[in-house]
Design a protein around this ligand. Structure first.
Ligand code: D41
Length: 683
């Protein structure tokens, strides 16, 4: 090849490198993409091609280096040129005021301004740039010595491989920056989902995922992980001048580094405390996890006067949020029985305060989950509480095992009625199939009297439990024979509340067919199926006489519902129970055709979901997502997969992640499963 030719190719490669670096910076640092992914990929492909033919052009700062390099057998270690210090911790406002007073005394002035940064919950690293090129990346390690992770750091898109020369002046000849490597919450969830599918162990939290990803001997694996970086300071920074911390961060930004947009500067100590309160709220909406706020004296001359202690600077402090994760011990695993007989394991915990709330129980979902996480009785476990959802067991702390732990076995008999349980094929749930099980009876009655059913005001859960336990209620029909004397004998029931309950029962006796069918609690027959049955058959007699095929032929009703309805009305005991209800005064009103009676049974008109765009996220407990989707659609909602400005409502089930965060940040209405059910049942 002629020199001329090679020069042309070299020029092309340099141009591609420059353009790719620029686009990468726009996308990953500025969060403001300028070209399409497709165009980017084409340019990258061309550059890889050229560098393959002319390896001399594959410089360490080429964007092609982001794909990872040859795997290592172990990490080298290297010393930081100046130790990476740690931070003192503060846990309340007084600690911050004490910090400020210490600083003020040493500086002999009260006029101190602070820069505050969200404290990212990731992994601290140091990046070294020589003549503007990334030459070394180290983990913090013990602060003095870290592991060499240069190949891995190059795969992080927000790590510049080459500095952007500042408009005036040239690159610093030798620059070390320090920052935090994180994985954002949404990417963490996606990563874990993939790992679950691949049968790989799950990461307990984004921080572990970031650490595990960064400390890969094969950097090509790291390249596949969605790592990000925010820079918060420098080590040695030759040729970089700044009078303030905020000014330093501004300069770093112009050099191409990613700086957290939530950083605030020029704050007095009172304003610092206000910002902490703000961040505590903001935290829910941030796309990544933070565990507090870092407070730094902004003036660098002041920083130098204050100096450092053995391990931490005197000019900075971390103000930590109350932890949302705590370890405690599982003293027992109990089993709860639901309305349809599903057995749910619940961890009974040694009570522990998590973020100011005492937690004594945590959800374990089902047997599959317990086995997957290998959770045992007497295990020390990590428990996480987020928002208002039921706390959950994240994982056992294996290092704390003593050998006394007991593997939990799902009972083969119902813990309440002691009849044998069954595990249905292809389902995670284990069920008690005894129709007269007391636990199920209680739940079924609570469902029967609920708003969408007979709507018996005043008949709360505690009262139902007592009435069943004292052998007063054996079936739905018994509800209609309850009198004031019986009711007022119950705990916490005065004459007046007893009279109110009797009145509510009396009033409930006239019941529209739709609410009657819902109240029966037949499997797979929630309130939308009940409505469809009403519309198809109008009277209870017709529903009872309907054949499987006739029911299954209704648009919107599946074979499971059809089978369950037919089975219910074939059962002699159920028929006797309905007859008894009628004898006790229950009047089941025929269904009024749509439009005649907007008050009852006409979900579409009344539903708050009508015409709304709804997104479902997280796991639902009382129904599957597809059921929820179906019911929402029946009530006129458009159900979509991702949250955007067009979303009206986000339904957030358990362990909702990034979609919830996004919805909150967009001001989208968020409802939990209870509210969803309540609203659907109103429809
Ligand atoms: O966001 C963070 N995790 C963060 C960590 C931050 N925003 N600022 C930090 N500043 C420092 C000093 C003041 C010592 C330069 C830090 C850390 N240190 C730090 N990270 C890990 C140990 C110490």
């Amino acid at each position: 090849m002629t020199d001329q030719n090679f020069n042309d190719i070299k020029q092309e490669a340099l141009l591609l490198q420059e353009q790719l670096a620029e686009h990468n910076h726009s996308y990953h640092v500025l969060d403001d993409p300028v070209i399409s992914d497709g165009e980017y990929d084409r340019m990258m492909k061309r550059l890889i091609e050229i560098e393959k033919l002319h390896p001399a052009l594959s410089t360490p700062d080429s964007p092609t280096r982001r794909v990872g390099a040859t795997p290592l057998t172990s990490f080298d270690t290297a010393d930081h040129s100046t130790p990476m210090q740690s931070l003192d911790n503060a846990f309340n406002d007084q600690d911050i005021i004490d910090f400020h007073n210490r600083v003020a005394k040493l500086l002999e002035t009260d006029e101190i301004r602070y820069t505050v940064e969200p404290k990212l919950d990731g992994l601290a690293v140091e990046l070294r740039y020589e003549q503007g090129i990334l030459t070394l990346a180290l983990t913090r390690g013990d602060g003095t010595t870290g592991e060499v992770i240069t190949d891995n750091a190059r795969t992080i898109n927000s790590v510049p491989l080459k500095l952007t020369p500042p408009p005036q002046g040239k690159n610093p000849g030798f620059l070390e920056v320090r920052g935090e490597v994180i994985i954002n919450s949404r990417d963490f969830e996606t990563l874990n989902k993939k790992r679950l599918e691949m049968d790989e162990p799950l990461f307990a939290n984004p921080r572990n995922a970031a650490a595990g990803s960064l400390r890969q001997l094969d950097s090509r694996v790291t390249a596949q992980r969605p790592l990000e970086i925010f820079i918060y300071g420098t080590g040695i920074a030759r040729g970089l001048e700044a009078n303030s911390h905020a000014g330093l961060l501004d300069t770093l930004k112009t050099l191409g580094f990613r700086i957290n947009p939530e950083i605030r500067t020029g704050l007095t100590v009172t304003e610092v405390l206000d910002r902490f309160k703000e961040l505590e709220v903001l935290r829910e909406n941030l796309p990544y996890e933070i565990d507090g706020m870092v407070i730094k004296v902004d003036d660098i001359a002041f920083q130098n006067t204050l100096g450092v202690k053995a391990k931490s600077p005197r000019w900075a402090i971390a103000y930590k949020f109350p932890a949302m994760e705590e370890t405690t011990v599982i003293t027992d695993i109990k089993v709860q029985v639901g309305r349809t007989g599903t057995l749910t394991p619940v961890a009974i915990l040694e009570p522990v305060s998590i973020g100011g709330v005492m937690v004594a129980r945590a959800s374990l979902h089902n047997m599959d989950e317990i086995q997957r996480k290998d959770i045992r009785i007497k295990d020390t476990v990590l428990v996480k509480r987020a928002g208002d959802v039921i706390p959950k067991v994240v994982k056992p702390v294996i290092a704390k095992r003593t050998g006394d732990e007991e593997v939990f076995v799902m009972p083969d008999h119902c813990p309440v009625c002691h009849s044998p349980v069954r595990r249905l094929e292809n389902e995670a749930a284990v069920k008690c199939i005894n129709a007269s099980c007391q636990a199920q009876l209680k739940q079924r009655i609570k469902h029967f009297v609920s708003k969408a059913g007979f709507d018996m005001d005043g008949l709360g859960a505690k009262l139902v439990d007592q009435l069943v336990d004292r052998d007063i209620l054996h079936s739905f029909a018994d509800l209609f024979t309850l009198d004031k004397v019986t009711l007022s004998a119950m705990d916490r029931m005065g004459d007046k509340s007893a009279a109110n309950v009797v009145r509510a029962i009396e009033k409930s006796k006239r019941v529209p067919l739709k609410r009657f069918l819902f109240a029966l609690g037949m499997d797979h027959t929630g309130d939308s199926a009940a409505l469809l049955l009403c519309e198809a058959f109008s009277t209870l007699g017709a529903v009872m006489a309907a054949k499987n095929e006739e029911i299954a032929a209704i648009d919107g009703i599946g074979p499971k519902t059809a089978a369950s309805v037919v089975m219910f009305f074939e059962n002699q005991e159920n028929l006797a129970m309905i007859e008894e209800m009628v004898n006790n005064g229950v009047v089941i009103e025929d269904h009024q055709a749509l439009g005649n009676n907007l008050g009852e049974g006409t979900g579409v008109q009344k539903s708050i979901f009508n015409g709304k765009t709804v997104v479902l996220t997280g796991s639902l407990v009382t129904m599957t997502r597809s059921e929820a989707k179906k019911r929402l659609q029946e009530q006129g909602a458009k159900v979509t997969g991702s949250v955007s400005a067009k979303t009206d409502i986000l339904v957030a089930g358990e362990s909702s992640g990034s979609k919830l965060t996004k919805a909150r940040s967009l001001g989208v209405t968020v409802m939990d499963e209870d509210e969803l059910t309540a609203q659907l049942n109103k429809g």
